[in-house]
Design a protein around this ligand. Structure first.
Ligand SMILES: Cc1ncc(COP(=O)(O)O)c(C=O)c1O
Length: 387
């Protein structure tokens, strides 16, 4: 049981958004109670109803990312699964792959595993000390045998925004597959797979798309072949001995998480009702308010540049990042994350590879007052630490 005698201020939206919009809670309960049957398995009315609701969410995701055919989207339990499918199922010939040190372990580990088994030659592009990745460096690294570029749209550590559209123009021209990790950007930045030249988009539902944990998905452009890494029931093509090579069934083995998928659809509706630009404006204002005050505290080191999403990672000189995060929770009820955030290479690049950093990540339900309170708390800790 969490101690709630102090008020809780939740600044860990990059890990998962909290709270969810009220509609998400209500729709999730309804999904469990009204159409809790197995979607795509059986023809009775409740199973059909569950399938229909899932298809509606496919359409909502397609609409959000300007995906022409909703059936090119497979639901997964999060972006880790989506990225594993992208890297292990879709990069299926030998060649050169480019990625960046901004990536999360859910891209890095499958890529390193492919490199170690000799399937790919992997090139890792490092950012500047401020987390900025040179797009020119990525583009210049494309060689004759480059088959894919795997890139994180927004770093979950420095918040750095990568110009996907600029990369996409070149990769499309050169016939190189562009795989984008939109875990931190979906719902905050406008993503258009056509305009941005994205061949494979991986997203998670429980962060800035406001769905429940257990939701996420992958879009794969028409014409890209995949080799399923998980095989099983699809509710269709049952006589085939092997997994059907069609989307979405090919990547949707086993019972889907109807509840989480429905919640994702409601999260997307919420974003579209509020307006993605209004969400971004609100979160950017909080981020700016925080950054302006942080700059006045010399004992605090802030990582990253001005080109960032609503994520601010910092350290107080002389304090372990895990200890600071724990102290903020215990003493002030401020919930943030310390450590390496499953993205060790970016921490190396910005110079805190051992200690990591304390990440404050803002969401639509945070307020100016909460930011001011966090600043007050940090100032007090700095003073206590210097005494
Ligand atoms: C950039 C990035 N990619 C991938 C992931 C993995 O997301 P999930 O845990 O939902 O699979 C995260 C989660 O923090 C992330 O920030």
């Amino acid at each position: 049981m969490i101690k709630i005698e102090k008020k809780i201020i939740y600044f860990d939206n990059s890990a998962t958004s909290f709270p969810k919009p009220e509609e998400v809670y209500k729709a999730s309960e309804k999904a469990m109670r009204i159409y809790g049957a197995n979607p795509g398995r059986g023809g009775h009315r409740m199973a059909v109803e569950a399938s229909k609701e899932i298809f509606k969410v496919r359409e909502k995701v397609a609409n959000l990312f300007n995906i022409k055919d909703p059936l090119r989207i497979a639901f997964t339990q999060n972006s880790t699964y989506a990225l594993n499918f992208a890297i292990k199922s879709c990069i299926n010939k030998k060649g050169h792959v480019i990625t960046t040190a901004l990536e999360h372990n859910s891209s890095l580990r499958p890529l390193f595993s492919k490199r170690d088994s000799g399937e790919i030659e992997l090139e890792l592009i490092y950012p500047e000390k401020n987390g900025e990745i040179s797009i020119e460096k990525i583009i210049e690294s494309i060689k004759e045998d480059t088959i894919a570029v795997v890139v994180n749209h927004i770093s979950n550590v420095t918040g750095t925004i990568v110009d996907i559209e600029k990369i996409g123009k070149v990769t499309r021209e050169k016939g190189v597959m562009l795989i984008v990790d939109a875990s931190q950007s979906a719902g905050y930045l406008d993503i258009d797979v056509e305009r941005d030249g994205i061949d494979i988009l991986c997203f998670t539902g429980h962060k800035s798309l406001y769905g429940l944990q257990g939701s996420g998905g992958i879009y794969i452009r028409e014409g890209i072949d995949f080799i399923p890494i998980i095989e099983g029931g699809t509710g269709s093509f049952s006589k085939l001995e092997r997994q059907p090579l069609v989307m979405p069934e090919g990547l949707e083995a086993g019972t889907l998480n109807t509840l989480a998928i429905v919640s994702l659809g409601v999260g997307i509706e919420f974003i579209q009702k509020v307006g993605i630009e209004n969400i971004r404006e609100h979160e950017d204002r909080l981020k700016q308010r925080f950054l302006i005050e942080l700059k006045k505290i010399p004992e605090i080191e802030v990582y990253g540049s001005d080109n960032r999403g609503p994520v601010v990672t910092l350290n107080i000189k002389g304090i372990d990042s895990g200890d600071l995060a724990a102290y903020l929770d215990e003493e002030y009820g401020i919930l943030v994350r310390g450590g390496l955030h499953c993205a060790p290479k970016i921490h190396e690049a910005i110079g805190n590879g051992e200690n990591g950093g304390v990440r404050f990540s803002f969401g639509f339900f945070n307020t100016d007052e909460e930011v001011d309170y966090a600043i007050k708390a940090l100032k007090e800790i700095v003073t206590e630490n210097s005494n």
